[in-house]
Design a protein around this ligand. Structure first.
Ligand code: ZN
Length: 318
């Protein structure tokens, strides 16, 4: 085991293997050893995975100790399910499922982000009443919906706590990072994906379509205390998905400008569905329709990003 540890230290120091930084200036974590068990920890990248496999092979040739890959398990955290399965095939190991977050500490472990949540959201951690709580204590699935159970020592107060809370809900409400977790399966929808845009771009439109975006109205409906429910763009109406993407003046100008840019008739939308299907009524080629769909998805993503920038970073919407 010491020899294996030596191999890993050397590989990390010469950049053949990238571990995980546990603190800003602290050491990088690449492996943990307990008795006969080893756990390798590192960035999810093809080179890391291939190099790890090569190192295991060299270790076997040098020591005679063969690593039985069929007995090894791989965990992907924040990685697409498909990607984990591809790697399972590449390595010949098993895919492990962190079932229901039963063993993962909600605040102390690294699971939803590259940082543990207690470091990312210190103001919230301060008022958490059970600091060692598990993911399963805070999040579970109920009728295909994610239910969040909080146990704050007192009601959230002040801008910092509210902001951190909204960011936390946005972070853990994202199904993208959850592939491989049983608790995160989402119901199928008829949402049309478009492989010309990155998944994260499509996700915003998808979540808006499923009414799963943490808009102010959605948070208020879940009894989350928020400063006000008003749209950050116009400051006049309650912020719902429908409002920020369709009826707000800011959105309407966006769609009008886009239509002008494409040389299309003005887009008249009464709901999100109208935006998400606007490409279908175009008489151009299949490719053109796909391009229009892609631009709509990007625009929706951009509106949401602009909204978040205005809300959390005080940037003026442009
Ligand atoms: Zn508005």
């Amino acid at each position: 085991m010491e020899a294996l540890s030596g191999v890993m230290k050397k590989a990390t120091s010469i950049g053949l293997f990238n571990g995980i930084d546990v603190s800003c200036n602290g050491p990088s974590l690449s492996h943990l050893i307990y008795a006969d068990d080893v756990m390798f920890v590192g960035e999810w990248s093809p080179s890391n995975i291939i190099n790890l496999r090569r190192m295991m092979r060299c270790f076997y040739l040098a020591s005679g100790l063969k690593i039985n890959l069929a007995k090894c398990s791989i965990f992907g955290i924040g990685v697409e399910d498909q990607e984990i399965q591809d790697t399972v095939l590449l390595l010949g190991c098993k895919q492990a499922v962190l079932a229901g977050g039963q063993n993962i500490s909600f605040w102390l472990d690294i699971w939803a982000d590259s940082l543990p949540l207690y470091l990312k959201f210190p103001a919230l951690f301060k008022i958490e009443s059970v600091k060692e709580c598990l993911v399963a204590d805070r999040i579970h699935m109920d009728d295909n919906d994610i239910v969040l159970n909080w146990a704050w020592a007192r009601l959230l107060a002040g801008v910092e706590e509210q902001n951190q809370f909204q960011q936390l809900v946005t972070l853990i409400g994202c199904p993208n990072m959850s592939a491989g977790y049983d608790v995160w399966r989402w119901p199928d929808s008829v949402f049309e994906w478009n492989n010309w845009v990155p998944k994260k771009v499509g996700l915003v439109a998808w979540r808006a379509d499923m009414e799963r975006l943490p808009t102010k109205q959605a948070l208020a409906a879940r009894n989350v205390q928020i400063q006000d429910k008003l749209c950050v763009f116009c400051g006049e109406y309650v912020e719902t998905s429908e409002h920020i993407f369709v009826s707000c003046h800011f959105a309407q100008v966006t769609w009008l400008n886009l239509a002008t840019w494409w040389g299309l008739p003005p887009i008249i939308a009464f709901g999100l569905k109208d935006l998400l299907t606007v490409h279908g009524s175009n008489s151009g080629s299949e490719k053109k329709r796909k391009a229009i769909h892609a631009v709509v998805l990007v625009a929706i993503w951009n509106i949401w990003k602009t909204r978040n920038d205005a809300l959390f970073r005080n940037l003026t919407p442009n």
